[in-house]
Ligand binder design. Structure first.
Ligand code: KG4
Ligand code: ZN
Length: 352
């Protein structure tokens, strides 16, 4: 079974063809970074237009790459949310048009579910597992026990973690996206130079908060009068910030693992997904945690941790395989929590 996946929820136009035996047959990605970089963040209208300009080209490139025709496919999976509405509509309308022309079934995919299931494509792991989802739009801990079966263990109460990286980078004039730039600077910095807060550390729940940490960075910049070109001070602040984020992620994830300890009897697994999972320092901290807690750690390769069409195709395949391909309506949704039973958290202005 082969499915075409379409991702347009944010600033990547992603298209892929994936088969149910876990092979990626084609992978096309257009990153709009340059279009948004001058604004220091994603501009929804620019993103939607860029998706319109690229999506059909990427789809035909993917079909050519795999040497396939539409009748060879079992369906089309398209991200319906959460995300920026304009971009989502572009993906949805395109999928609908191909569906109308070919008769292929369409599968509405939750972008967060696609991140959550990627490790089953890359590593072939079984349910259940604990998921740490850390990206530009999300900071969440989830217990994943099956397709469509998610229990939220914790979430950010303010900023997403990648968003915090991006904002700190912006304050320091490091450009957009901030995560890779902060990581690069942090390598030459002293993580002990700035005494930054670790919000919510040691709290009984598994929630995150990054907005206070971001403000603390701003105050440090003002107090030390750090300006662009002040390379050592910038490197030290980046290292201190990254260390603080790492401490929070490790502490909250440890707590989430403790909560899921009794859930399954077999091998315990921790999956990390989302763009921030590409951060080598944070990855190393999570590896240490996994070793100490005796859980197997699975981190998909960086290109599948950030937004892409492969994960959407795979989520569509997973849904078709268990007969849940038509569970959700084909409509764009700005918000779409994976665990609808979880209470909304105050101020959670993020995609989840
Ligand atoms: O998953 P993703 O591509 O898009 C969303 O769904 O949000 O994640 C993008 C986010 C950005 O905020 C970016 O700064 C962050 O992931 N990121 C990183 C790194 N690479 C990307 N954050 C920290 N360190 C990195 N190396
Ligand atoms: Zn994402």
């Amino acid at each position: 079974m082969i499915v075409l996946g379409i991702e347009t929820s944010c600033d990547e136009t992603g298209v892929a063809l994936v088969s149910s035996d876990r092979r990626v047959l084609a992978e096309q990605l257009y990153s709009q970074l340059d279009a948004h970089a001058v604004y220091g963040g994603v501009v929804p209208e620019i993103a939607a237009r860029a998706h319109v300009e690229r999506l059909d080209l990427l789809i035909s490139a993917a079909m050519n790459e795999a040497g396939l025709q539409f009748p060879d496919l079992a369906g089309i999976a398209v991200t319906c949310g959460p995300g920026l509405i304009g971009g989502l509509i572009v993906g949805l309308v395109t999928a609908r048009a191909i569906g109308a022309a070919t008769g292929l079934p369409l599968v509405a995919v939750n972008h967060l579910e696609a991140h959550a299931l990627t490790a089953r494509l890359t590593d072939g792991i079984e349910f259940p597992y604990t998921l740490l989802l850390v990206s530009g739009g999300h900071a969440q801990l989830l217990e994943v026990s099956g397709v469509g079966r998610y229990r939220r263990l914790g979430s950010t109460i303010d900023d997403a973690v990648g968003e915090a990286f991006d904002k700190v980078a912006k304050m320091l004039g490091l450009g957009y996206p901030g995560g890779p730039a902060v990581e690069r600077m942090a390598r030459r910095g002293d993580p002990a130079r700035f005494d930054l807060p670790r919000p919510l550390l040691n709290r009984a729940d598994c929630n995150f908060s990054f907005s206070g940490l971001k403000t603390a960075c701003r105050l440090a910049i003002l107090k030390e009068e750090i300006s662009e070109g002040d390379d050592q001070a910038i490197a030290d602040l980046c290292a201190s910030f990254q260390m603080a984020v790492g401490d929070c992620l490790v502490d909250r994830t440890r707590r989430a693992l403790a909560r899921t300890r009794t859930a399954g009897s077999g091998e315990r697994r921790l999956v990390v997904a989302g763009g921030v999972a590409a951060n080598a320092s944070i990855g190393a901290r999570l590896r240490e945690l996994a070793a100490a807690e005796r859980v197997a750690l699975h981190v998909p390769p960086a290109r599948l941790c950030t937004d892409n069409g492969v994960m959407i195709a795979w989520a569509g395949l997973e849904r078709l395989a268990c007969g849940r391909g038509d569970e959700f309506p084909l409509a764009a949704r700005a918000r779409w929590p994976l665990d609808p039973a979880a209470e909304p958290l105050a101020g959670a202005g993020v995609k989840a």
